[in-house]
Ligand binder design. Structure first.
Ligand code: SIN
Length: 292
């Protein structure tokens, strides 16, 4: 099946046309999608009125899809799917209504971060509820050679609940479970993409809380600079959703966030799969907890 690729912005992103995800894809089509994905970081596929099984099958062409690690947020019938909504089944505010509201790379707070994610829109408010992406190869490459040499060997601590997360409206029992299941993880500040060999920034304001070996003031200054630098508009693509849009992104070289600009009286409902990547990062040991 021929695949048309149309670039969406200078920073990253492309739309793929001519693919129907309600049926299995042939290897040539999967190969063409994978090449476009590695080149553009984010792909858009429109008008995919598909079942959860089709969504999972499509995701599996790119790597293993396991049950979503935050057990409380799984789809009740398809544990591989992260159910993201601002309303629960009874129309009350959902626990995930503010998920992904700060820049992040999916599951970087685990030692098996997601290689990629596939997000499908089921319902979207009339206005807002966009998702925005930033190219972290470009962000890295736009730093001076001297600063790149300084950060190249550094490591940083990633944790599920940093101070950007407002926990007070969440179920406290679920928060305790999630904290217990997700100890702090050390990740490289600059990640070498295992497929392209290119370097990308791998910190994010949602989960990165300190640089290993720097004191707090130094660490805050370096991270503050990186958080501002890595999300400049020229590195971004902002997606205005329509129902049955699918976006798939490469978490090894992009960041994203759900823009907090929608009216919660209207439903925003998304299904996301996470494609497992090669292990990256390690649990922060007691000694390093002192140092970070
Ligand atoms: C996510 O962080 O994966 C979800 C983004 C969104 O809901 O727009």
């Amino acid at each position: 099946m021929p695949v048309d690729v149309h670039q969406l912005s200078y920073g990253l992103g492309a739309e793929i046309r001519g693919v129907d995800l309600s049926r299995p894809l042939d290897p040539d089509t999967v190969g063409a999608i994978r090449r476009a994905w590695l080149e553009h970081g984010v792909l858009l596929l429109r008008d995919q009125d598909i079942a959860p099984e089709d969504h999972i099958r499509f995701s599996r062409y790119f790597g293993p899809v396991e049950d979503y690690p935050l057990v409380h947020y799984r789809h009740p019938e398809h544990p591989e799917i992260f159910l993201l909504s601002n309303r629960d089944g009874e129309g009350r505010p959902a626990q995930t209504r503010n998920a992904g509201r700060h820049w992040h790379s999916d599951l970087s707070f685990t030692a098996r971060p997601a290689l990629g994610s596939v997000l499908r829109c089921l319902k979207i408010p009339d206005i807002g509820g966009d998702t925005i992406f930033a190219n972290q190869y470009l962000a890295y490459e736009m730093l001076s050679p001297a600063f790149r040499a300084f950060i190249d060997p550094l490591e940083a601590v990633h944790e599920l609940f940093s101070k950007t997360r407002d926990l007070k409206n969440l179920d406290q029992g679920q928060v305790r479970d999630m904290k217990k299941a997700n100890p702090r993880i050390v990740q490289p500040v600059v990640r070498v993409h295992p497929e392209t060999g290119r370097k990308a920034l791998y910190v994010s304001i949602a989960v990165t809380t300190g640089i290993v070996g720097l004191d707090e003031e130094e660490s805050d200054a370096v991270l503050g600079f990186l958080f501002a630098h890595q999300t400049q508009v020229q590195f971004t693509y902002r997606h205005r959703w329509r129902p049955n849009d699918i976006l798939m992104w490469d978490n090894r070289c992009t960041l994203h966030m759900a823009v907090p600009d929608n009216d919660h009286r209207q439903v925003r409902l998304m299904h996301r799969t996470s494609i497992s990547g090669t292990p990256c990062g390690r649990v922060l040991d007691e000694d390093r907890q002192e140092a970070a």
